[in-house]
Design a protein around this ligand. Structure first.
Ligand code: GTP
Ligand code: MG
Length: 247
């Protein structure tokens, strides 16, 4: 707790350029206001995703999004990241350089849903794609898979429109299962040589990815049979109607 307070103090005092209590209070207020902007940007993205999910459900009777999670990065994590990257600790640099202060994670049933959601979001005219990393086509050596987008979305304040950056991570339920457990295992924190664990985790990621592909294939096959049946019964009804008219 003490550590958190110290880091936050350094963060604000860095921004305020000194330890004057008034400057410090102003810096803390500005920081709190900025975090509120990031919260608002998350709300904008969440609403867009919820609308797309509802429309998809209405049209195709299925949801391309299983869950949406979001968070604003903690001040200590922001500070650590800026320090690690050797940035000047001030709020201007924070807005400019740190892309994941606002984070949204979208969990989809199938791999194809990931790309549909990404395309639907990217094609909205108030969204600008700042960065796109496809860790599904190019997984990380440890097996990590996800589609990462940094987008810019406007929020509407009393003073006008403000573009805000949000990091959107899109992955399947299976990819999320792997990433969550890998994150919990935290093997990177141990000092000893952990090559074996790295290999085992990468192996699990491959098995999980193959399962994702199989499930998608099963879904595709069932779906196409359902569509064929629907087409067939519509055609049958049309023929029946035609026969009735001619008799
Ligand atoms: P950082 O944001 O500092 O990590 O650098 P970056 O922007 O180059 O990272 P990248 O876009 O590769 O990853 C951003 C986020 O994705 C991380 O903060 C994690 O939430 C997640 N991530 C990336 N790689 C891994 C991984 O190997 N395992 C897990 N569990 N999550 C990862
Ligand atoms: Mg990042």
């Amino acid at each position: 707790m003490k550590m958190q307070q110290n880091l936050d103090y350094e963060f604000f005092s860095g921004f305020a350029n000194g330890e004057n209590p008034i400057e410090l209070k102003e810096a803390a207020d500005t920081f709190a206001e900025m975090m509120c902007w990031y919260e608002c940007a998350i709300k904008e993205i969440r609403t867009k995703l919820e609308v797309l999910n509802a429309e998809f459900q209405a049209k195709k009777s299925r949801n391309p999004i299983e869950t949406i999670k979001s968070r604003v990065k903690k001040p200590t994590s922001i500070f650590e990241k800026m320090e690690r990257r050797g940035y000047d600790i001030n709020l201007h640099t924070l807005m400019e350089k740190i892309n994941d202060v606002a984070g949204v994670r979208v969990i989809c049933p199938f791999i194809k849903d990931i790309y549909s959601v990404a395309d639907m979001l990217a094609s909205q005219d108030d969204i600008t794609i700042i960065e796109l990393k496809d860790y599904i086509k190019n997984p990380k050596p440890n097996g990590y898979r996800s589609l990462h987008m940094v987008v810019e979305v406007p929020i509407f304040l009393s003073t006008g429109k403000k573009p805000m950056k949000v990091e959107v991570q899109i992955r399947t339920i299976a990819m999320d299962f792997w990433a969550s457990l890998e994150h919990q295992i935290h093997y990177k924190k141990f000092k000893e040589d952990k090559v074996e664990i790295v290999e085992q985790l990468a192996e699990c990621a491959t098995v999980i990815y193959e399962t994702d592909l199989k499930m998608e294939q099963i879904h595709k096959e069932l779906f196409s049979v359902k569509e064929l049946r629907k087409d067939y019964s519509v055609r049958e009804k049309e023929i029946e109607m035609q026969q009735k008219q001619h008799s």
